[in-house]
Ligand binder design. Structure first.
Ligand code: HEC
Ligand SMILES: [Cu+2]
Length: 321
């Protein structure tokens, strides 16, 4: 009974290892090779452990031919010195080769995307776009099968960029630009998370990475580069409330940069850096209760707005596709 419960508890724990934010569901080249190394090391060390324990049991057992052979000095040299040296040397060389820094595939120029960590969200800039850089936030879209070079920086304190399904984590350090090269092998949506404590809302600083077929990515980027539709209902209320002091909606006078850019916020998957699903309802929830949902975040509260103004602003946000 007790053992059954333990087993179930272990299963529940293991379930946490799979899914959208897991190094065990690797689809990026770097994560795939790291996972392979993990399995080789894990299985290899279990085998060696069993071998040693087996020899120990044999040596402790009744005298016999096997025990005689284990006591042979040559066995000590072979099993105790040569065997570990050979195994460790092979593993060392293999892991050096695996972890060698550099682009996943030389040749074709990588696609450059800048990601800036900020308390407590991510600014994402597609630098190589024909019409000039295109800014977005809290969501990274990349083409499958192409080499993508991320330039990781920080606007304030140290953050760390980690998408377990794609690659190892890289710190974002003020005053430095760290590069991370990604090459993703399959389309899909995975989750990433800040992994360096960066203050109050650190645990609520997540993002999505969406790997898309290259044609879809190109079409998406073209749409993303376009300005927002002009004079949408609620635009006037949005501007009057002062949201433009911190947020940009391209094509309108809103040109602030202290908060995430909102030109196409309704076509992103989440609001609040991976915290709320993007739905019409959740734009209202964010406006009304963002301090409750994401304590400490740097957007001011807007309780002084009338219900009608909030409704108009939420309707506007919803239309920013
Ligand atoms: C003082 C600057 C400031 C002002 C003014 C401001 N915001 Fe924000 N806003 C932020 C910051 C900072 C964030 C990021 C919060 C976080 O996720 O940590 C944010 C996040 C958001 C988000 C979520 C975006 C995303 O991609 O996650 C929306 C939507 C939003 N603000 C709408 C508004 C609206 C509407 C107004 C006006 C009523 C407004 N903001 C006024 C700073 C501001
Ligand atoms: Cu953090």
């Amino acid at each position: 009974m007790k053992r059954g419960a333990c087993f179930l508890a272990c299963l529940a724990l293991l379930a946490g290892c799979a899914g959208e934010q897991s190094a065990f569901s690797a689809t990026g080249e770097e994560a795939i090779s790291t996972l392979r190394l993990t399995w080789i090391l894990t299985i290899g060390s279990v085998l060696v452990f069993l071998l040693v324990i087996g020899a120990l049991i044999a040596a402790l057992g009744r005298p016999g031919a096997l025990r005689q052979r284990l006591a042979d000095p040559r066995m000590v040299t072979l099993g105790g010195i040569v065997f570990p040296m050979v195994v460790l040397a092979i593993l060392l060389i293999y892991s050096f080769a695996l972890l060698r820094a550099g682009p996943a595939s030389a040749g074709a120029a990588p696609l450059n995307i800048a990601v800036e960590g900020k308390q407590w969200w991510w600014r994402v800039t597609y630098s190589d776009t024909p019409g000039g850089p295109v800014e977005s936030a809290n969501e990274l879209r990349i083409p499958v099968g192409e080499t993508v070079r991320l330039e990781l920086t920080s606007a304030d304190v140290i953050h760390s960029f980690w998408v377990p399904a794609y690659a190892g984590k890289v710190d974002m350090i003020p005053g430095r630009t760290n590069a991370l090269t990604l090459k993703v092998t399959a389309p899909g949506i995975v989750r990433g998370q800040c992994t360096e404590y960066c203050g109050g809302a650190h645990a609520l600083m997540a993002f999505r990475v969406i790997a898309m077929p290259p044609e879809e990515f190109a079409a998406w980027l073209e749409r993303e580069a376009a300005p927002a539709e002009q004079s949408l209902p609620g635009e006037a209320e949005f501007l009057r409330a002062g949201c433009g002091a911190c947020h940009t909606v391209r094509g309108t006078p809103a040109e602030g940069t202290a908060g995430p850019e909102l030109t196409h916020v309704a076509s992103r998957q989440t609001i609040g850096a991976g915290i709320l699903q993007t739905t019409p309802e959740n734009f209202r929830t964010w406006l009304d209760r963002h301090r409750e949902i994401k304590p400490g975040n740097l957007m001011p509260e807007y309780e002084f707005l009338s219900a009608a103004e909030r409704e108009a602003i939420a309707t506007y946000l919803e239309a920013l596709e």
